[in-house]
Design a protein around this ligand. Structure first.
Ligand SMILES: Nc1ncnc2c1ncn2[C@@H]1O[C@H](COP(=O)(O)OP(=O)(O)OP(=O)(O)O)[C@@H](O)[C@H]1O
Length: 720
């Protein structure tokens, strides 16, 4: 096993002894003294110091008593027929070439010795080349749940074939043999780091594998370059899942830490093992890939741990946006880190594959956000529920992949945002650019608005149909639904607010399309009912001292019709989106398209009802300053102005939150107020008659909430 000599932790593992207490801190200082000192200063450090003790004992080589008599050096014995292996320091393995400690497998040679045990290159009776890993005798292997790991399938994960016991009841992991080097070896040969292209290649592979693990409810816990292989150009992550089923002495009560100190997140010392620890480790690895050095290094393990807990990483010389990505991944507080791998890599514009299909795809944001890592780590069953594995027999509820056009737009906007941020060093540039952009948009409204209308008219129906079709294709089978129900029953009660939301979201996602359509038609009926009620009440209040003539009623009718039309459209979109928390930017883009349609509808309806909209509402001085291509000389908004206004209103307000069955309250006054304030603010730039606009915005928010289904968490909790 090759480890960098500059690393005290690695040095310890490569030359393990059973009694070298002071070797852990590398400084010769008595370890217990150090631990007492740390305990006074920092309880977390003390916990980690205790971990060092246990880790040293656990990672130590088996005692002589454990070791069978035949031992051999790591010299390739039959290299003619076997894949090449990198040269490694001389190591003493328990089993010799040609021996068969495990029925049906013959050992060819030792590959390396790690914290869990020895790894051998072996062949099966039928000639299948595999790597077999002997789990050290002092580690209890919990075989329950192993099948979950064994059935994971992803091109960026080293395949696990089986876990067996030999006749001495010793556990062995049988896995895919990787002939290529691990990243530790690659990095040792590149002390200045790898070229950017290489870094990105490694990162995509790593991120895809980890995201898939997370989506399958697993946290790797031991990410480090030594566990990542380059298999003829394909990055493969190994050692995943081991920490999950090696129990008792290794991780009893979550008090033992796993992992290598350079890559270990600060909260590991507190026994926290959420996804964020993998995100942290990925940040460290990214830094090392780029620069050849880890962000927190030191003379001793204690120094490294202390830096993880307190120091800011030195990211000098790392270019943007890598610097920002690493910085956020290395936040001390896990809640401040990106909450998913996709979120972490977003600024880099990398595409990752989380489906195990081998086809790169953008990480679906819905999954990343449906399950809060903080909750997943408290409740592994819930984590699994949130992201069921794609393994055979397992529930295969997958998120709908992001629509390609929305993805392209989101990518371009991300690039634009990055460029925008890069302007900060030139004061005033942003303001000047802002004016230019606004001027360009206003000057070009003549052709921009028809173009956007054209796109919206085709895109919105396409988007809806695509979602419906993909949604139908992804209906869970009866067996999958049953499996979900059984797993759900195992979740301890009462659920926290987050857990409840997570569980409900899964139920919403697994709903059948017919149920969804039935619910939608119910919501539409209610929306029409509530719109009519609001219309009547509004008219009665507004016309309490006036004649109920058609001319007077017409503006109220127009308000109600616009509210009703917008509510129907938004309820439809909300139904499509209720299955996940969603990607706000793409939702806003789609809603802007809906807004164009609503604006056109309101304009056409006003013409049809012979009510020149705003003819009396916009004051003369406002009308004078309005662009001619958007407003008439009298200040009446033209079609383009109505489209643009409603596009902004729909895109700016998170309307899907009004229709989300998991919203906090059935009817939130705050949400209504937000819609009204946005309408008012938009009206400052692109006026429409007021209070007509405000009534429409507020009315839509009220009708949406009253018409959408609502899950009352508190009531449900009381019942259960
Ligand atoms: N599937 C595999 N194919 C080829 N080599 C492997 C495979 N798995 C592990 N190795 C090699 O075997 C050696 C020991 O690996 P192992 O995973 O046991 O230890 P480690 O990762 O170095 O430490 P730890 O177990 O503490 O994480 C390493 O050099 C590793 O590169």
């Amino acid at each position: 096993m090759s480890r960098s000599p500059k690393d005290p932790q690695r040095a310890e593992f490569s030359a393990p002894t059973t009694d070298s207490v002071s070797a852990v801190n590398g400084s010769g200082i008595d370890h217990d003294l150090n631990k007492n000192h740390l305990q006074r200063e920092n309880p977390v450090m003390a916990a980690l110091a205790g971990t060092l003790d246990r880790g040293r004992r656990l990672f130590g080589r088996p005692n002589a008593a454990d070791t069978p008599t035949s031992a051999f050096d790591n010299t390739p014995s039959d290299s003619a027929s076997s894949p090449p292996i990198p040269t490694a320091p001389k190591m003493h393995f328990t089993y010799a070439s040609g021996s068969s400690p495990l029925p049906r497998y013959t050992i060819r040679r030792g590959v390396g010795i790690g914290g869990f045990g020895e790894v051998y290159f072996a062949v099966s009776e039928a000639g299948k080349e595999v790597a077999i890993k002997r789990i050290q005798r002092n580690l209890d292997v919990e075989l329950r749940g192993v099948s979950h790991c064994l059935n994971l399938k992803h091109p960026n994960l080293v395949s696990l074939f089986d876990v067996c016991r030999d006749d001495q009841d010793q556990a062995w992991v049988i896995m895919e043999y990787i002939a290529g080097p691990n990243l530790r070896e690659v990095l040792d040969q590149h002390p200045q780091g790898l070229p950017e292209e290489e870094v990105r290649r490694c990162l995509v592979g790593l991120a895809s594998g980890i995201a898939y693990l997370h989506d399958s409810g697993l946290v790797h816990r031991d990410l480090k370059p030594g566990n990542v292989f380059d298999d003829a150009g394909i990055i493969k992550i190994g050692d995943y899942g081991l920490s999950k089923f090696i129990s008792a002495s290794r991780r009893g009560g979550h008090t033992e830490s796993v992992g290598t100190f350079h890559y270990m997140a600060p909260e590991v010392g507190r026994g926290e093992y959420g996804r964020e620890i993998d995100i942290y480790a990925l940040g460290v690895i990214l830094c090392e890939l780029l620069t050849g050095r880890v962000p927190f290094d030191g003379e001793s393990s204690h120094e490294i741990v202390m830096k993880h807990l307190t120091a800011q990483p030195d990211l000098e010389g790392i270019a943007s946006p890598y610097r920002e990505v690493i910085k956020s991944a290395l936040e001390k507080d896990p809640r401040n880190r990106p909450q998913s791998i996709a979120q972490m890599l977003k600024p880099l514009g990398l595409q990752i594959d989380t489906f195990g299909s081998g086809t790169p795809a953008t990480m679906p944001s819905s999954l990343g956000s449906t399950s809060s890592p903080a909750e997943s780590k408290q409740d592994p069953i819930l984590a699994r529920l949130a992201s069921p594995p794609a393994a055979p027999g397992a529930s295969a509820e997958k998120p709908i992949r992001e629509e390609p056009l929305a993805r392209a737009i989101r990518g371009s906007l991300t690039d634009l945002a990055r460029w925008w941020e890069s302007l900060e060093s030139y004061p005033g540039t942003r303001i000047a650019m802002m004016f230019m952009i606004v001027a360009l948009v206003v000057i070009n409204t003549g052709w921009l608005v028809p173009l956007l209308t054209f796109v919206a008219i085709f895109y919105v129906p396409y988007y809806i149909i695509r979602h419906l079709v993909l949604g139908i294709r992804q209906q869970p089978s009866y067996a999958e639904a049953h499996q979900l129900a059984v797993a759900r029953a195992q979740i301890p009660r009462p659920l926290s607010a987050g857990q409840w939301r997570q569980q409900k979201r899964i139920e919403l996602a697994s709903k059948r399309s017919l149920t969804r359509m039935t619910e939608l038609s119910g919501s539409w009926t209610k929306a029409i009912f509530w719109t009519a009620i609001l219309g009547v009440v509004g008219t009665m209040i507004g016309l309490r001292d006036a004649d109920l003539s058609a001319e007077n009623i017409a503006p109220y009718a127009l308000t109600a019709v616009t509210i009703g039309f917008a509510a129907l459209a938004l309820l439809g979109m909300g139904k499509l989106w209720e299955r996940g928390e969603g990607e706000p930017l793409s939702r806003r883009l789609v809603l802007a398209g809906v807004g164009i349609i609503v604006g056109s509808f309101a304009y056409v309806a006003s013409e049809y009802l012979l009510l020149p909209i705003g003819g009396t509402a916009l004051s003369a001085d406002v009308a004078d300053n309005l662009p001619q291509n958007l407003y008439t000389n009298e200040g009446v908004p033209r079609l383009a102005a109505m489209m643009a206004h409603f596009a902004l209103l729909m895109g700016a307000v998170g309307w899907w939150k009004n229709t989300d069955p998991l919203r906090k309250r059935r009817l939130s006054v705050w949400t209504v107020a937000v819609a009204v304030v946005f309408e008012w603010a938009i009206s400052l730039a692109l006026p429409i008659p007021q209070p007509w606009g405000i009534l429409v915005a507020g009315g839509i928010a009220i009708v949406l909430q009253l018409a959408s289904p609502w899950e009352n968490r508190h009531q449900e909790m009381q019942v259960s």
